[in-house]
Design a protein around this ligand. Structure first.
Ligand code: K7E
Ligand code: CUA
Length: 678
């Protein structure tokens, strides 16, 4: 793809001012005949020639580069896909900073290998019913994560907490962005799988998450539930869950959370209203056909059955009204959660439907809250609803009918603010600060930029396709910097591509996926860099300005990750002790370069051992960790942290425990013996 050496030299000469750089606007980055970049020194022209790079590539490299030791301006919190984790990346460098263990055990972080704080989180994340369903396989210890959500204050990211859904198992995880650790997993009742969310409301009143496939509510009808449209329509329901967030801790206050019953369409992506539409939540859907499969019996395959209707429905839910109705007790308790029944939701004006073209996917709300941008996978347009028009239509009861459950369907023509033909397979939209939307085109493998309406654009300038850039390939989500808040920053866009064929060296039939960095600085979008992702499949990410995060570099002395407060088991050096109480052996120990105290622990086979460990260091990055061979124990004991592990000493022998972090010159000496006598 790079131009030849000769062409490069000619281009350089023709420009007469060093390398000509830039796609559209041909920006000139260098000056002088020798190709010295202005004010930077070094011979960029020669280097580029040596590496066979053209001027455009040099420009891309520079614009996506964060020099060693410097920090990125933005932090991207990414779904880790089937890995069940979250990824943390710097933008624009796209360097991976961390994986946060959320739903799946991760030994380095000591998540799920014995540490008391993580065992509690993972245990809580598997409900009793699922435990018995999956007895043979044990705890539910994976997830298909799709949509991370960073907490917000007044519609802007506040950098305090992050939430992430488990598409496969209908769960939500909560991460504290002080220590970047998972504090809670709620296995949400009435949700077998989840998709619509996680999105937070503008002041993180709620984290919202709804069903993907509807849930069977008539457990007596398993056998016949797919036999006919009527059986299906009666046996299944969707649920929209409003997880109430405790504003001190960020934890989900399960007692204050509630659900709204939905029709058994496949509820898809969702977004929270903001500013003009604050108080509302929008959820797309498909399979309003109620297709049930049966391909072996001659029925059309689901993909055909689910794509018959010209229009599916966007659900519009007034959550402030729902909150009042729930508080007034017009709910039914189902599996421990108060649910507003569908009839009540209709009667109370909580739910309306809007027709949306053919198998829609994403619905995304513009920064001012007035535009709902809907990508219809099988329609080449982005359909933009005006929230002002929606309110008018509700007010005027401008309905084109009701669905089979009696939900009013707004008149499509009355609520469309604009439609833009953007290309094939539109999915998800993000925004910048200047009134543009950026929509991913899955089939076309491109990003399209289009203009919104008032207050940014009017007349002929509104709702126009203004630019397109190719991406490689089959883009799903995309993100702009703080692009789904009330104050997007533009600058960069990251495309999250599903296929990476021919972009990277082959590593077997399971290809990496590909993040691509796109510059939004110029008139036209410009691809800057590729980054293969080694764990699939990240669906969505959010990008926050790095300076909004307030991550701790060390735990205050003795703080436990469970409570984020000083642990009752925190000790200082010199206070280490071992106490026996019947068959319980309780140990209070410390870790400090380069000693684990105690370094000999004697127990009897069958004893119950409780170890409390405090890292008594105060230097950032002075991490210790603790592993016992054969006991499947690996815990991280980070600077200042007090944490623990509890186990039965059921294997006799001499076990050499040690610190697994290379923490000091004498790290290898940081070990000890656990003697388990028969
Ligand atoms: Cu489009 Cu689950 Cu967000 Cu994937 S969904 S792409
Ligand atoms: Cu502590 Cu190695």
């Amino acid at each position: 793809m790079a131009i030849t050496r000769r062409e490069l030299i000619q281009a350089t000469a023709a420009g007469g001012a060093g390398i000509v750089i830039g796609g559209a606007g041909t920006r000139i980055l260098t000056d002088g005949d020798n190709g010295d970049p202005a004010g930077l020194g070094g011979d960029v022209g020669d280097l580029a020639e040596e590496r066979g790079m053209d001027g455009l590539q040099v420009s891309q490299a520079i614009r996506g580069f964060t020099p060693p030791g410097e920090w990125d301006e933005f932090i991207m919190i990414a779904s880790g896909g089937h890995g069940g984790q979250l990824g943390v990346y710097g933008i624009p460098s796209m360097r991976l900073l961390k994986n946060i263990a959320v739903f799946a055990p991760e030994p380095w972080q000591g998540f799920g290998y014995g540490s008391t704080w993580s065992e509690a989180v993972l245990d809580e994340g598997t409900n009793e019913a699922q435990k018995s369903h999956s007895e043979a396989r044990g705890r539910l210890n994976w997830a298909d994560t799709h949509h991370p959500a960073i907490s917000e204050t007044e519609g802007e990211y506040d950098g305090r907490w992050a939430y992430i859904n488990d598409r496969a198992n209908g769960r939500i995880g909560m991460v504290d962005l002080r220590d970047f650790k998972t504090k809670q997993i709620w296995d949400i009742p009435n949700l077998q799988s989840s998709h619509g969310g996680v999105f937070v409301t503008p002041n993180t009143e709620y984290a919202h998450i709804s069903t993907k496939t509807p849930t069977l509510i008539d457990m007596g009808n398993v056998e016949n539930c797919l036999d006919s449209e009527e059986e299906y329509a009666a046996s299944f329901r969707g649920f929209s869950t409003f997880c109430a967030i405790d504003h001190e801790t960020g934890l989900i206050d399960i007692d204050q959370s509630f659900q709204v019953e939905l029709p058994p369409y496949n509820q898809d992506l969702a977004d929270a209203g903001k500013l003009a539409s604050d108080g509302w939540v929008f959820i797309n859907s498909y399979n309003t056909e109620l297709a049930r499969g049966g391909v072996m019996d001659g029925e059309p395959p689901l993909e055909i059955g689910m794509s018959q209707n010209e229009f599916d429905y966007c659900h519009m839910i007034n959550w402030r009204r729902a909150e009042e109705v729930a508080a007034n007790g017009r709910t039914e308790e189902r599996n421990g959660v108060p649910v507003i029944p569908l009839e009540v939701a209709i009667e109370e004006g909580i739910i309306y439907l809007a027709p949306e073209p053919r198998s829609p996917h994403g619905v995304d709300v513009s920064p001012d809250g007035n535009y709902l941008c809907i990508g219809g996978k099988l329609d080449p347009h982005v359909t933009v609803f005006g929230f002002d028009l929606i309110l008018d239509a509700i007010e005027a009861e401008d309905f084109e009918g009701h669905d089979r459950y009696g939900i009013p369907i707004l008149n499509f023509d009355s609520i469309v603010a604009g439609r833009v033909e953007v290309g094939a397979g539109p999915l998800h939209t993000q925004f910048d600060q200047d009134g543009y939307g950026y929509i991913s085109l899955f089939i076309e493998s491109a990003v399209a930029k289009f203009s919104l309406g008032e207050p940014w654009f009017s007349g002929d300038e509104a709702f126009q396709l203004v630019d397109k850039v190719d991406v490689h390939y089959n883009i799903g989500h995309l993100v702009t910097m703080e692009g789904d808040t009330v104050s997007p920053q533009g600058k960069y866009l990251v495309a999250l591509n599903k296929w990476s064929i021919d972009r990277h060296p082959p590593v077997g039939p399971l290809f990496p996926q590909n993040f691509q960095l796109v510059s939004l600085d110029g008139e036209q979008m410009e691809l800057l860099a590729d980054m293969p992702i080694g764990t699939g499949e990240p669906h969505y990410v959010q990008c926050i300005r790095a300076d909004r995060l307030q991550a701790w570099e060390v735990y205050p002395p003795g703080v436990s990750p469970t409570t984020m407060d000083v642990s009752e088991h925190a000790i200082e050096r010199g206070e280490e002790r071992i106490e026996r109480n019947g068959n319980n052996v309780e140990v209070w120990g410390t870790m400090h370069r380069s000693t684990i105290t105690p370094d000999i622990i004697r127990v009897q086979q069958g004893d119950h051992v409780i170890l409390h460990l405090t890292n008594t260091e105060t230097t950032p990055d002075a991490i210790h960790a603790f592993a016992i061979p054969r006991y499947n124990i690996s815990i991280s004991v980070e600077t200042g942290e007090t944490t623990g592990v509890e186990f039965d000493a059921d294997i006799a022998g001499a076990f050499a425990y040690y610190c697994t972090e290379f923490c000091s010159a004498l790290h290898l000496e940081m070990q000890g013996w656990m003697l388990v006598s028969e």
